[in-house]
Design a protein around this ligand. Structure first.
Ligand SMILES: Cc1ncc(COP(=O)(O)O)c(C=O)c1O
Length: 359
């Protein structure tokens, strides 16, 4: 068997969810499990949080159906709402909570024949400028939807653009815009993603929406997950499958981009970009072997990557390699590769077997 596995600690996910709840005491929390639970496996994550989570949040009706099949009662929030009119009756049948983020969705909702009314979350564009109504249109739709036969709860949702950058002026403006709408009568309000859960208590409202923090990565560039009290969830483990000596002046890998400055010992690791390891990770990106960091060298291949083992003379073929996990935070690899932990976690591909443990 190819030595590559993503090991996922479901107890750590539960602990991280509990931390989100402790940060926002008395509030409820939608566990964000879109994109296959950020790459961790929606079936296992929803099952692990079945008795803890107040609700789940997803990006599509298809994702919602997968969660509903695992949990008959949970509130499930469709973060982008329905993509076509035919989805409203299905959303009602599945007892989903739906975001309404624009004119077309709102019109389709009030024209829909539903078996039962839906909990509706009117989306306010507080400054992200991606989805949502400006304040005047939101006020109009609030008046039209209050008491509409398709609507059960009428709720308010918005999303921060820069909550991961502490003290950003846009965050304050977004919060103010949200608070300005609270003269309207909403049943429930939600604003905070992980960054705001951890740093902006004034944004906690009635429901929070933790995503990345559940998976043990930091939403901040300058604060580590460990600092925030988060537990790492995914460990990506491979093995050394070959070792060779390379003389000074010889190159390693495609494009011959890395050239040994001294005689070097090079290890080949069973993980590549077709597994989700970032191809753009530069030489020098850390990799852990036998508890020690060694640098990636040369271009990442489809199924393999190379490391410089010169300072690790005891390394042998078959030794375990951690690409990220407890010894090497995914955020550190992401930073080296010029991306964010979110991208690395969601991009671990289907060919990497997931192994789960439950404390
Ligand atoms: C609307 C919305 N709420 C909450 C989240 C969770 O954000 P995070 O993973 O930063 O906690 C996301 C994720 O992108 C989102 O799109």
């Amino acid at each position: 068997m190819r030595p590559l596995v993503a090991t996922i600690d479901l107890t750590a996910i539960r602990d991280n969810y509990a931390l989100a709840k402790r940060c926002a005491p008395g509030r409820q929390a939608f566990a964000v499990v879109k994109a296959n639970a950020y790459g961790h496996g929606v079936r296992e994550v929803v099952t692990a949080l079945h008795d803890e989570a107040d609700g789940f949040a997803v990006a599509s009706l298809e994702e919602a159906a997968a969660v509903r099949a695992l949990h008959a009662e949970a509130r499930i929030l469709l973060l982008e709402g329905c993509f076509e009119a035919a989805e409203y009756p299905l959303a009602a049948q599945m007892k989903l909570d739906v975001v309404v983020q624009g004119e077309q969705q709102a019109q389709q909702l009030v024209s829909a024949a539903l078996a039962q009314p839906l909990n509706v979350w009117l989306k306010f564009d507080s400054g992200m400028h991606r989805l949502g109504f400006e304040a005047p249109a939101l006020r109009d739709w609030h008046a039209r939807l209050a008491g509409a036969q398709q609507v059960a709860e009428l709720n308010l949702i918005s999303h921060f653009a820069c909550a991961d950058e502490q003290g950003h002026s846009l965050t304050e403006a977004q919060l103010e815009g949200f608070l300005d709408l609270l003269d309207l009568d909403f049943d429930q309000r939600t604003l905070a993603n992980s960054a705001a859960i951890l740093m902006i208590p004034a944004a906690h409202m009635d429901w929070v929406r933790p995503g990345i923090m559940l998976y043990g990565a930091s939403p901040f560039a300058d604060r580590s997950a460990a600092d925030l009290g988060l537990k790492p969830v995914m460990r990506l483990n491979a093995a050394l499958i070959a070792i060779r000596d390379v003389a000074a002046g010889e190159s390693v890998g495609y494009g011959a981009t890395w050239v040994a400055e001294r005689d070097a010992r090079i290890g080949t690791v069973s993980c590549g970009y077709a597994d989700g390891y970032p191809r753009h990770a530069p030489s020098g990106t850390p990799v852990v072997i036998n508890g020690q960091r060694v640098p990636l060298v040369g271009r990442v291949s489809m199924d393999m990557l190379a490391v410089d083992l010169t300072n690790l003379p005891d390394a042998r073929v078959g030794d375990a390699v951690e690409l990220w996990g407890e010894q090497l935070p995914v955020d550190e690899v992401a930073q080296a590769a010029g991306t964010i932990g979110y991208e690395l976690l969601t991009q671990v591909t289907a060919r990497v077997p997931r192994r789960y443990y439950n404390g």
